[in-house]
Design a protein around this ligand. Structure first.
Ligand SMILES: C[S@@+](CC[C@H](N)C(=O)[O-])C[C@H]1O[C@@H](n2cnc3c(N)ncnc32)[C@H](O)[C@@H]1O
Length: 405
């Protein structure tokens, strides 16, 4: 691989925004990719993947480069030099890369890779927490899996097409995909490419959604005609899937405390041809109270640490703080307590997160079931999806049923 100066400069600028200005990696990459219209798909892939790679391995590379935060531009170049050396790239004779100690970098990599928190590049507190919650052996494997680049997975919108037809349509645009056993609507891209610009996407034939995430709506056991609430709907990934599973029949009430997310949801529903979704902004507790005892199904896709989706959000490793985790767990329990009341007797509830920590998952469900509001519910089943076992994002989902008396 030959390094191109303007692409590497874009990466350095991006890293500066992410590491020093606290900007989100996905937003920064989106901005960087708009920088030069002449860049082809390989150039764009270089900028995006190199930026994500260096964010993912920040701690390891910084240790090898012997630099500390806040990183100045010279530090960022040294980190970049570590990335390029470990990739086996022949360094050009640019002044910023002069004197890169190639041999020393390789030696330090071998030495530091003996320590998990350095090898897998995580903060001390997070490494200790993961080991405490999952045990040494499982956490070691899980953390390693969460540091791999995620495949791009599509969910066929069965309101508009079939998986087979979609595969053919994409193949006509030179996008090759394959089926995924055990995931009925999923297609996996054989090569990474920007699918958002395709007509198929613009026409609502698919959504990009990880395979593990595609399990959640199905876990709720919905059927056409039911009255369902998606209580933490966000921009609606699960609401859209629910609409497809319900064949556009019945009612889906998509709710969130952020009105702007629901606006995005509405646009996506239109593109998907999902006509049975209505949005309700949770601006006060009355919105929930009005729906008490009235729904066949309630989905709580709870806000969480996001540790299960580190493969696609590597900067969460650096942004997450122990205090946030403490707070979010309180919110999760409060949401369970309050929103479960919307389930009617005999109805069902799914509590889901994209975390792999038992304290956000099965322990929250256990606390709920032993509480005053939880005693009306029985535990039906749960699924702990770990990235190292599934090959996809880490997720948790539990199905509960409200007793009839
Ligand atoms: C995991 S995300 C949801 C992702 C979404 N369901 C999807 O499939 O695209 C969690 C969502 O919960 C919302 N949220 C946070 N606190 C909430 C609360 N108290 N009540 C309802 N939603 C809340 C957040 O705004 C966020 O959109």
């Amino acid at each position: 691989m030959r390094l191109h100066r303007n692409l590497v400069f874009a990466v350095i600028d991006g890293l500066n925004l992410i590491f020093n200005e606290g900007e989100y990696a996905d937003k920064v990459v989106e901005k960087l990719l708009k920088r030069d219209k002449r860049w082809g798909s390989r150039d764009r892939a270089f900028v995006a993947e190199t930026t994500y790679d260096i964010v993912r391995w920040k701690r390891l590379y910084a240790e090898i480069a012997e630099v500390r935060e806040p990183f100045d531009r010279e530090n960022l170049w040294r980190i970049f030099a570590v990335w390029a050396t470990l990739k086996g790239i022949n360094l050009p004779d640019w002044k910023q890369l002069a004197g890169t100690p190639t041999r020393r970098i390789k030696g330090k990599f071998d030495e530091l890779s003996k320590t998990r928190k350095l090898k897998e590049s995580v903060p001390d507190w997070l490494d200790a927490l993961g080991e405490k919650e999952l045990g040494n052996a499982v956490w070691t494997k899980e953390l390693h899996a969460l540091n791999q680049q995620a495949d791009v997975i599509l969910r066929t919108n069965t309101l508009k097409t079939t998986k087979k037809d979609l595969q053919h349509i994409l193949a006509e645009s030179e996008i090759k995909t394959s089926f995924l056993k055990a995931y009925p609507d999923a297609l996996v891209l054989e090569e990474r490419t920007n699918v958002f610009t395709t007509d198929a996407f613009q026409n609502g034939l698919f959504e990009v959604q990880d395979a593990s995430s595609q399990k959640v709506a199905a876990f709720l056991e919905v059927a056409p005609g039911m009255r369902v609430a998606d209580t933490c709907a966000g921009a609606g990934g699960k609401s859209l899937h629910l609409a497809a599973l319900m064949q556009n029949k019945g009612q889906i009430i998509a709710m969130d405390i952020y009105e702007n997310k629901l606006k995005v949801l509405k646009r996506r529903a239109k593109r998907n041809g999902a006509h049975n979704i209505e949005t309700r902004w949770i601006e006060n507790t009355k919105v929930i109270k009005k729906l008490h005892n009235s729904l066949d199904r309630v989905l709580i896709d709870a806000p969480c640490s996001g540790l299960g989706v580190l493969r696609r959000n590597p900067d969460a490793k650096w942004k997450l703080q122990p205090e946030f985790l403490t707070e979010i767990k309180k919110t999760q329990q409060q949401i369970l307590q309050d929103y479960a009341k919307m389930v009617k007797p005999g109805g069902k509830l799914v509590y889901a997160t994209c975390s792999v920590l038992p304290s956000e998952n099965q322990e929250q469900v256990k606390t709920f079931l032993t509480s005053e509001s939880g005693k009306d519910f029985t535990f039906v089943k749960d699924e702990k999806v770990l990235a190292h076992k599934s090959g996809f994002d880490g997720f948790y989902m539990a199905l509960l049923e409200r007793k009839t008396n």
